[in-house]
Design a protein around this ligand. Structure first.
Ligand SMILES: Cc1ncc(COP(=O)(O)O)c(C=O)c1O
Length: 358
């Protein structure tokens, strides 16, 4: 196992420390037993446990292992989700007053960052997938068009993959932006698992944030910011401006653990799920065909999203989200075969899911 942060925490817990530091539970059981196994690892910044916002052990090694897995120079662990990574990334690549090209369907954390950092948006037009009523994916041409009209724009922020799983051509887009002396920041919140499936989702980007907690076996809020070299101190400083000064060590250690798992048996689990989703896409009306898609995302096409989701929920199946015409199911290497079997579209379940829909 290669889990430097998790190892440091377990070694500290085993050393029988007298904990005159935060958190107040002091590593003892909480009143609900479900929470208790984690408290010995729920610590604060100490010489043996390191400091997320400073260079040094064990974070340097833990973050470096992740950076290598993603093909970037550096990685910053985050305990405030991709939201924190988007604030940090946009602060890193802009100066107050700059204009930034963003897609209209970007997450609210992008809009909040624009307001917080005094940035002005320039919206990437299109691409609406007309009959799908979805935004994305973006091409090099879409970015070229906006930068031709607004040559002063030096930072582009694109969501890829989208909630529905649409993948923009980041390698081509980043090439176009770099030719013009700009930087590309990718909100890849939904794509933390893509490199382990060999999908070239982020190469060429100057910065990428992924929510490990969305598609990997990491605790809620665990996220990763990947970036190129030379700005390490600024990344630590900006993430500490927007993040808590008491980051959760269990969340951070879960990032360490899920990388290690992915490098072992986890990869096979994601391949299993990719193949399972491919089969389900053929049997359910769903996004697929020629579209560049996250191979694990199942976006069902339905007549009435809320009604369809309710029908699923009545069967004890809880999707991630729905809109008028889609129901989005997040599938990961942690989904059991039993969960997939419950989705199977035999005649009875299709009728139960969506009365009148074939
Ligand atoms: C596209 C996108 N970006 C960013 C975020 C924020 O991620 P987090 O919840 O990890 O802060 C989300 C959350 O759903 C999202 O869908």
């Amino acid at each position: 196992m290669s889990t430097p942060l998790y190892d440091a925490l377990t070694a500290y817990a085993r050393s029988n420390p007298a904990r005159f530091h935060m958190p107040g539970h002091k590593g003892t059981p909480l009143s609900a037993p479900e929470f208790s196994p984690l408290t010995p690892l729920d610590v604060t910044e100490l010489p043996p446990t390191g400091n997320l916002y400073e260079a040094g052990a064990p974070f340097d090694e833990a973050q470096q292992l992740w950076a290598r897995a993603f093909g970037f120079d550096h990685c910053q662990f985050l305990t405030g989700g991709s939201t924190l990574g988007i604030h940090t990334g946009l602060a890193l690549f802009t100066s107050p007053g700059d204009r930034v090209a963003v897609d209209r369907a970007c997450h609210r954390s992008v809009y909040n960052a624009l307001a917080l950092l005094d940035l002005e948006p320039v919206f990437l037009e299109r691409p609406w997938l007309g009959e799908e009523n979805l935004i994305g994916p973006f091409s090099q041409k879409d970015v070229e068009k906006i930068l031709d009209v607004h040559p002063d724009v030096k930072t582009v922020c694109i969501t890829s993959p989208t909630y529905a799983g649409l993948l923009s051509d980041i390698p081509a887009i980043s090439g176009e932006i770099h030719r013009r002396g700009g930087k590309l920041f990718v909100d890849g919140a939904h794509g933390a698992h893509l490199p382990c499936l060999g999908v070239d989702a982020f190469s060429g980007a100057d910065g990428v944030v992924v929510s490990a907690h969305k598609t990997l076996p990491a605790l809620g809020q665990g996220a990763l910011l990947f970036y190129r070299g030379g700005v390490e101190d600024r990344v630590r400083r900006w993430s500490s401006v927007f993040g808590t000064s008491s980051p959760s060590y269990p969340i951070l250690a879960s990032l360490d653990l899920c990388r290690d798992w992915l490098e072992g048996e986890g990869k096979g689990e994601y391949r299993r799920v990719r193949d399972r989703v491919a089969g389900l896409r053929e049997r359910f009306p769903s996004l697929g065909g020629e579209l560049p898609l996250d191979p694990t995302r199942l976006t069902l096409k339905v007549k009435d999203g809320p009604a369809f989701a309710r029908a699923l929920e009545e069967r004890g199946i809880y999707p991630e989200m729905e809109d008028g015409g889609h129901v989005v199911l997040i599938c990961t290497g942690s989904d059991s075969e039993d969960s997939f079997v419950r989705l199977e579209p035999n005649r009875r379940t299709v009728v139960a899911y969506a009365p009148g829909q074939k």
